[in-house]
Design a protein. Structure first.
Length: 175
């Protein structure tokens, strides 16, 4: 068999082989491909997320029936409850850390910068006056400096650098 143990986050694009199953172990979970591409996020200590982009995986826990997760589905394993919840995968930016492709459709500015900060490992903050602002934009493999410049010009924001942080300020938006 092909066995991988991980902590953190990883994307797998696997060629299925019945004679050599591909299995990922993270904590209590064993995730086996059924010919697929999928992402595992085990960075958070109390949960593990699996997003299937193509194909199917099975997720197994000791002494329980496996859960089948199919293309465009997401599962979250809650460690405390030892429970797996399956939902449709509606997060178009779930793999942005890998692809550097972001699609924001009327997204709140706090959510935009939460995503950007996670992917680019930055500490950009927005002032309270901007918490009701929204953004519609697509960025493809851009540097964070370019993304920040486009957002600030589009929304007419000012950038203030205070050492380790960048703070965006502006007139704000209505509820």
């Amino acid at each position: 068999e092909r066995l991988v143990k991980i902590t953190g986050e990883a994307f797998f694009d696997v060629v299925h082989n019945n004679e050599k199953p591909f299995i990922v172990i993270t904590g209590d979970l064993a995730i086996q491909d059924i010919g697929t591409s999928f992402n595992i996020n085990a960075k958070v200590s109390d949960s593990t997320e699996v997003i299937v982009k193509t194909g199917e995986v099975t997720i197994s826990l000791p002494a329980s029936n496996p859960v089948h997760v199919f293309q465009n589905e997401r599962s979250v394993y809650h460690k405390q409850e030892k429970r797996i919840i399956k939902t449709p995968d509606n997060d178009v930016n779930a793999l942005a850390y890998k692809t550097k492709i972001f699609v924001f459709e009327n997204a709140s500015l706090p959510a935009v910068f939460q995503t950007l900060n996670e992917v680019y490992e930055t500490h950009i903050q927005i002032s309270d006056s901007l918490k009701y602002c929204h953004l519609t934009a697509t960025f493809k493999n851009e540097k964070i400096e370019t993304v920040l410049q486009i957002i600030t010009e589009t929304l007419q924001l000012q950038v203030k650098d205070s050492g380790s942080q960048t703070i965006l300020e502006g007139a704000g938006c209505e509820k």
